[in-house]
Write a protein that binds this ligand. Structure first.
Ligand SMILES: [Zn+2]
Length: 488
């Protein structure tokens, strides 16, 4: 038995001011065949899992290239085609194959390609033929098109947001593919489109119970696997939106019924899946009035994980203005300012200009007398079981406000952002975290209040703040008159 695995993944924000090219992937994560480290990355779990299963069960795994870039703007066409063709060339060399495993994010957009994953699958299928089993793993912030589902044999989507389950869903994908190859199951897809987009954090209700419920439905009554693709609103593509994907064991009518039932339940609760995003004044008013443990103000609009710069200064200016004590902001992407702090060293007091660089929405830079509290070469943080590099990093203090500066653009995931610089995350009263939801896994247990604030970046939590030209309408919340439909 011969199985090929590769990964090509990013999450494209078509409204982002930051360009994306092959250079972006090579700077973030690029593993040529055989060079993938023995630890999982967010979108490479199928390869990581298959490596272990191949050893244990004696099948041959042929490893292809793996690419990941931090979310940013539309990918340069020739660079996408080059990375795609690198993988397709390896695939051709690896033939004949029984199965192909692809680690995809599902929201990769390149110039001239609004459905990159559909394009990859079409080309993979034309090389492998119809008999080959093709399995894909996706991030829920994907655009789950009909084309992808028709071309692949089976697909899984992370169920958790924060995405702490990417290895688990990779395990399930590989298991479904192996069972299909061994003739034990025949996965048949049902894809339902409730014609909406919403935000579905799974660390809070009602999504927590919804995910627990769909997990209990799997493995019973001929239902093999259930996924909810949340959709990624920061992309102007025809298929942006929420989808329910059910795989039955050759029981199409049952799969269709369940997909529609779950999709209709999601639609019936539209607008109730998460707390509303506030403006910064209201968010700070709530956080400062809070009399408990730490209050976290999340800043999803400047989330690097959604394609933003993570250098918006609005919240920092407000904290300085109000002379807030025991406050922290993390992380602010400013490689130049980090470099100055590294040169000056811990203990230095100096005027520093930082943030407010990338785009108009980043706001004016902060000019302040700072104390450099600590610096660290090649910093990192944990995201579930994956290590995320933050590059050189520094902590600076302005009055009662500590700011974590980083040189590799990424969002707030783990408390190592603070602890690796010798700072105690439990010592703060208010923390502004540049992230939409992934911070909640590590920081959630520290906080007794979490609110979200919109500071005007390219990742608003409201689709009405984007101008879509290609998006298929109607779609709630932009439209009210609509009806769900089965796509597959
Ligand atoms: Zn995601």
């Amino acid at each position: 038995m011969r199985i090929f695995a590769a990964s090509l993944a990013t999450e494209t924000n078509t409204f982002s001011p930051i360009p994306t090219s092959r250079r972006s992937f090579e700077a973030c994560f690029y593993a040529p065949p055989g060079e993938h480290p023995d630890e999982p990355k967010l979108c490479t779990a199928p390869l990581y899992v298959a490596r272990r299963r191949a050893k244990a069960e004696g099948f041959t795994l042929i490893e292809g290239s793996c690419f990941w870039a931090e979310p940013s703007g539309t990918v340069v066409r020739s660079d996408y085609e080059g990375m795609r063709d690198e993988i397709l060339g390896q695939l051709r060399q690896a033939m004949p194959l029984n199965a192909v495993l692809l680690g995809l994010h599902g929201a990769f957009i390149a110039e001239g390609y609004h459905d990159v994953e559909g394009d990859i699958l079409e080309r993979v299928r034309s090389i492998t033929g119809d008999e080959c089993v093709i399995g894909c793993e996706y991030d829920p912030h994907c655009h789950m098109t009909e084309k992808r589902i028709r071309l692949a044999t089976v697909s899984t989507v992370f169920k958790e947001y924060p995405h702490i389950d990417f290895v688990e869903r990779g395990e399930e994908l590989v298991e479904l593919v192996l069972q299909t190859l061994r003739g034990k199951i025949k996965p048949v897809a049902s894809l339902y489109d409730p014609r909406m987009w919403d935000f579905f954090p799974t660390s809070t209700e009602p999504m927590r119970s919804f995910v627990d419920k769909i997990k209990k439905l799997e493995g019973k009554d001929g239902i093999l696997h259930i996924s909810v693709a949340h959709g990624f609103l920061h992309a102007d593509v025809p298929d942006m939106g929420t989808r329910v994907l059910v795989y039955s064991d050759d029981r199409k009518a049952d799969g269709d019924r369940l997909a529609q039932q779950l999709g209709d339940e999601i639609f019936a609760n539209r607008g109730k899946w998460c707390a509303p995003t506030l403006d910064i004044e209201r968010a700070f008013a709530q956080a400062l009035a809070h009399n408990g443990r730490l209050a976290i103000v999340a800043e999803p609009s400047d989330n690097a994980g959604g394609g933003a710069a993570s250098d918006c200064t609005l919240a920092i200016h407000k904290l300085i203005e109000r002379k807030v004590e025991k406050a922290a902001v993390a992380p602010v992407w400013d490689p130049g300012a980090v470099e100055f702090c590294m040169m000056a060293g811990p203990g230095a007091r100096m005027p520093l200009r930082f943030g407010g660089k990338v785009a108009a929405e980043s706001g004016p830079p902060v000019d302040a007398e700072v104390e450099v509290l600590a610096t660290r070469h090649a910093g990192w943080q944990m995201f579930g079981s994956a290590r995320v590099e933050v590059g050189d990093t520094a902590a600076v203090r302005i009055g009662g406000i500590d700011v974590i500066l980083i040189s590799r653009r990424t969002q707030a995931f783990g408390i190592e952002l603070f602890t690796q610089l010798g700072l105690d995350p439990w010592s703060y009263r208010l923390m502004v975290l540049k992230s939409a939801q992934h911070f909640a896994g590590a920081y959630g247990p520290l906080a007794s209040l979490i609110v979200s604030a919109d500071t005007g970046g390219c990742c608003p939590q409201d689709p009405a703040k984007h101008t879509y030209a290609k998006l298929k309408r109607p779609l709630w919340p932009l439209d009210q008159q609509l009806e769900g439909r089965m796509l597959v």
